[in-house]
Design a protein around this ligand. Structure first.
Ligand SMILES: [Zn+2]
Length: 322
């Protein structure tokens, strides 16, 4: 069953430049109302001027009238455009309370997210600069969102559902009047193909239990359409199947990591990330996703008493090999 366009009501779907720039489709959504426009996520630093302004104009609206921006989580493709929007509008910014520190400090989010496992993965100076460029300038968050909060106004009622999972404070947004469930990046299936590449972006999560319980909450909700950021909207049956596929991936990754530990006496996060990127999916070498998966599943096994950490000295990186 395909979705009728009418399921979106007044929502304007904004296709962005992210597919050309970074190899993934990225959709933002704007809801016009008496007092302006609600915008769900802001894209990267360039998205407001590159994609949002023109698409809104085509639909008869002005970017200057954006009155409320809701950020789903503190990744650059979802809140990097905040400063560009603040520069041209009087928008109020709302975002998950649990990620406010990341939303307001680029250095902090880049270090704590990409370099959380420095023994396994570090950014080069160029990679760090590229990510900082996507983040743009930071904007203070005006309204901190918590689970169950309802944003209401002439646009209707938007309910906040904290899923955690894909990022520690990740939220979904339910349009209670139209039955839409915006899941942003939380329902990841077995990953997302990267356009123009043989590789897929692996699912990203940091806490196995939290990711699972967030997905199970979404599975319990009624919706007319499930709307992800990096793919097409799904009808209820396809949406539930996709959530189930996401849960199944977690089970597969759990078994994979456990099996890997039974076959190797000692496992490092980096080596496990490499194995995940090669054998669990075409996910590439050590990267944010594979390293986070490795760490999340080692932590999960450790919490269940099935694995334990061992520390040892590595070669001194300040000493050049002769
Ligand atoms: Zn994203």
């Amino acid at each position: 069953m395909s979705l009728p366009a009418s399921v979106f009501g007044d929502w304007v779907r904004i296709e962005t430049e992210y597919l050309q720039a970074c190899g993934l489709p990225l959709w933002l959504h704007a809801l016009p109302h008496e007092g302006g426009l609600v915008l769900l996520d802001s894209g990267t630093s360039i998205t407001p001027e590159t994609s949002v302004r023109g698409r809104l104009a085509d639909a008869g609206h002005r970017i200057e009238d954006v009155s409320l921006v809701v950020n789903s989580h503190a990744h650059p493709d979802h809140m990097g455009g905040n400063a560009a929007l603040a520069a041209v509008s009087d928008a109020v910014f709302a975002a998950p309370a649990a990620e406010a520190a990341w939303l307001e400090d680029n250095d902090r989010v880049i270090t704590e997210l990409w370099e959380a496992n420095p023994d396994a993965y570090r950014l080069s100076a160029e990679e760090r600069a590229e990510i900082a460029g996507l983040y743009g300038e930071r904007v203070r968050i005006d309204r901190l969102l918590r689970d169950g909060d309802v944003l209401d106004g002439s646009f209707g009622r938007l309910e906040v559902v904290t899923t955690s999972g894909h990022s520690p404070g990740h939220i979904a947004v339910r349009d209670l009047d139209r039955g839409l469930l915006f899941t942003f990046d939380d329902v990841q299936g077995a990953g997302v193909p990267i356009s123009g590449s043989a590789e897929w972006l692996a699912p990203l999560y940091h806490d196995v239990d939290r990711y699972r319980s967030g997905l199970r909450r979404l599975l319990d909700l009624d919706f007319a359409a499930l709307v992800p950021s990096h793919g097409d909207p799904l009808d209820p049956a396809a949406g539930r199947a996709r959530i189930q596929e996401s849960l199944d991936f977690v089970d597969r990754a759990t078994d994979f990591v456990h099996d890997h530990l039974t076959r190797h006496e000692v496992v490092g996060v980096r080596d496990l990330a490499i194995a995940i990127g090669r054998d669990l999916g075409p996910f590439g070498g050590p990267n944010l996703q594979t390293v986070s998966l490795a760490r999340a599943h080692l932590d999960d096994l450790a919490r269940r008493g099935l694995a334990g950490a061992r520390w040892h000295l590595t070669p001194d990186p300040t000493q050049k090999d002769s």
